[in-house]
Design a protein around this ligand. Structure first.
Ligand SMILES: C[S@@+](CC[C@H](N)C(=O)[O-])C[C@H]1O[C@@H](n2cnc3c(N)ncnc32)[C@H](O)[C@@H]1O
Length: 244
């Protein structure tokens, strides 16, 4: 394990911009899951899409060796700036990039649509791609393009961990019972909790989400239901573990 004692934690008010929660513990749980389910190795190459303020990079700072690498990109510049200034100088194999991609919540002034964005990486570069609480802020055509780009930059035997708010019989029933933190309703082909700012919290019919991956030849290795809708779980959002 590498010594990360010189790396400070991002200030509390910055955690909150990126979903809050227990910053260290929630990130560790997700990376532990990738280690257990996907056999993540210290020399793995990881891409963290919508990296925020580096929640998933903290456990990876300890786990990845100098032969491994972490790349993150995000449309909201604040987290990228903080991580670039505070993490990269000590850990040069951890890099963070700001990308100008439209998101009505996080970057409403950007002109480029996520549906048209080409990831700034070579083909077959990564063993693992993570998206924690990112597709929960994106529209269907944007996600379809991100899955296409992931197909391109992921190694043949690589894996994806992506979180969602999955709408299915159980989550619908729990929402009806008032147990959920979000009350989603159908808004075209996706679900939103707020029609005034649909990207603030986006849900997908579970079959629709699975099908978006299936269209690029990906299979869902496992679905781990989250506690967002009031069920018992160690994770907040639903997690799809995806392989080819
Ligand atoms: C709730 S935060 C989660 C941040 C981080 N993944 C974490 O676990 O703390 C959602 C993040 O997704 C980013 N995001 C939204 N749409 C994006 C897009 N099209 N491309 C890249 N990042 C995006 C936002 O800027 C924001 O940082």
């Amino acid at each position: 394990m590498r010594d990360i004692s010189k790396i400070s934690e991002p200030p509390e008010d910055l955690h909150i911009c990126f979903g809050g929660g227990d910053f260290r513990l929630s990130g560790k749980k997700m990376i532990d899951l990738c280690r257990e389910k996907f056999g993540l190795r210290p020399d793995s190459k990881v891409l963290d899409i919508g990296c925020g303020i580096g929640r998933l990079s903290y456990p990876l700072l300890e786990y990845l060796s100098e032969d491994g690498a972490y790349e993150g990109f995000d449309t909201f510049p604040v987290g990228v700036k903080w991580c670039t200034e505070n993490i990269t100088p000590e850990f040069p194999n951890f890099r963070y990039q700001h990308v100008e991609i439209y998101n009505s919540t996080y970057n409403p002034a950007a002109k480029t649509k996520a549906a048209d964005f080409i990831f700034p990486y070579e083909d077959e570069s990564f063993d693992l791609i993570t998206l924690n609480s990112v597709f929960t802020h994106m529209m269907p055509e944007d996600i379809m393009n991100y899955i296409k780009e992931m197909d391109r930059v992921l190694k043949v035997d690589g894996h994806i961990m992506a979180t969602f708010f999955l709408i299915n019989a159980e989550s619908n029933e729990l929402m009806d019972l008032g147990k959920s933190v979000h009350d989603f309703f159908k808004f075209g082909i996706f679900y939103t909790a707020d029609p005034k700012d649909p990207m603030d919290a986006v849900g997908y019919d579970e079959k629709f989400a699975v099908n978006m991956f299936a269209q690029r030849g990906f299979v869902i290795q496992e679905t781990i239901p989250g506690n967002w809708c009031g069920r018992e779980s160690n994770y907040h959002q639903d997690i799809l573990l995806v392989s080819r």
